[in-house]
Ligand binder design. Structure first.
Ligand code: SAM
Length: 294
């Protein structure tokens, strides 16, 4: 159906009626393009069986579309000024709950237990994210044990490209790997800055994260150690793998020898750039280093 909220005219009307201005500090850029709004819900493949968590409902443009298609929508909005507005514009829907909360501070498993009638149904996240905290939000979502059925989110195009990057490209890095560890990432479509009020000064893209189609070929011994290694390997992107690994053996000749043996065993050329390593290679390397107490 034709969106009642997500268009330019209605957005302006709502803002005027409630005396609202978009707050930069909260990353408020409201979607006013009905095609994009429907495209997001399509990309998320929302149906009546789904429990949906929306982050940052704003004026309710996406919430409205979600409510029409989902079983239930729980929307988390940090800006207290928007709570009465959302109650008003979404009053026709009995399957929407808006909570005045900071997504980064929410205990997500508890939220799911408390707010969805049947928490065993698929749980999906759909959002036009506040861009200033895109990575922290993704880390917060994936830092839980929740078995997300899908995460469909709008973000700055440059960040989307990092999420969906392949090894050997300049976009590939620790963010790519942190996501890939749990989900398959794809860019669904790009969105022009003209689809928002106010227009942000970057272009955007919708990313879909779905459950990994393929299991990891090796499990890490220790996730923390794995991501510690990944982080240090991308500290100096232009340097070789060997140079980035130096902090692990410093000037210790025995450890250096162990590291050489590990790389040889893994058939890793010490001179390659770390950005060429796949996630499975990082896991194998981290496991071998862990076993050798490096
Ligand atoms: N969903 C609306 C739309 O598409 O028009 C608004 C999207 S706007 C880019 C981001 C929204 O996230 C804003 O409403 C903002 O107030 C809210 N927000 C910002 N920080 C937040 C946080 N930490 N927790 C929850 N919501 C937040």
């Amino acid at each position: 159906t034709q969106p009642a909220i997500g268009n330019f005219k209605r957005t302006k009307e709502i803002m005027q009626k409630y005396g609202l201005h978009a707050k930069k500090g909260f990353g408020q850029n409201f979607l006013t393009n009905p095609t994009v709004l429907r495209g997001i819900v399509d990309a998320a493949e929302i149906s009546k069986v789904d429990n949906v968590i929306e982050i940052g409902p704003g004026l309710g443009a996406l919430t409205e579309q979600l409510a029409q298609r989902a079983g239930k929508v729980v929307a988390l909005e940090l800006d207290t000024d928007l709570i009465p507005v959302l109650a008003d514009v979404l009053s026709d829907f009995d399957n929407v709950e808006v909570l005045n909360q900071d997504v980064l501070k929410v205990d997500l498993p508890q939220l799911i237990q408390n707010h969805f009638d049947d928490p065993t149904k698929p749980i999906k996240v759909v959002a036009n994210l506040p861009y200033y905290i895109t990575s922290p939000i993704l880390m917060h979502l994936l830092g839980t044990k929740i078995d997300w059925a899908g995460i469909t989110v709008m973000m700055q195009k440059e960040v989307a490209e990092r999420l969906a990057a392949k090894p050997g490209t300049k976009e590939y890095g620790s963010l790519t790997l942190a996501i890939e560890y749990r989900m398959d990432a794809k860019i669904a479509f790009n969105v022009s800055r003209r689809s928002f009020v106010p227009a942000p000064n970057v272009d955007s893209a919708i990313v879909t994260l779905t459950k990994r189609a393929e299991a990891l070929s090796v499990q890490p011994r220790d996730e923390k150690q794995l991501f510690g290694l990944i982080k240090s390997c991308f500290t100096h992107r232009r340097k070789s793998l060997w140079n980035n690994l130096k902090p692990y053996f410093k000037k210790d000749a025995v450890k250096q020898k162990q590291m050489e043996t590990i790389l040889a065993k893994q058939a890793l050329d010490p001179q390659i750039r770390p950005e060429r390593l796949t996630l499975n290679q990082f896991i194998a390397l981290a496991n071998a280093m862990g076993e050798a107490k490096l």
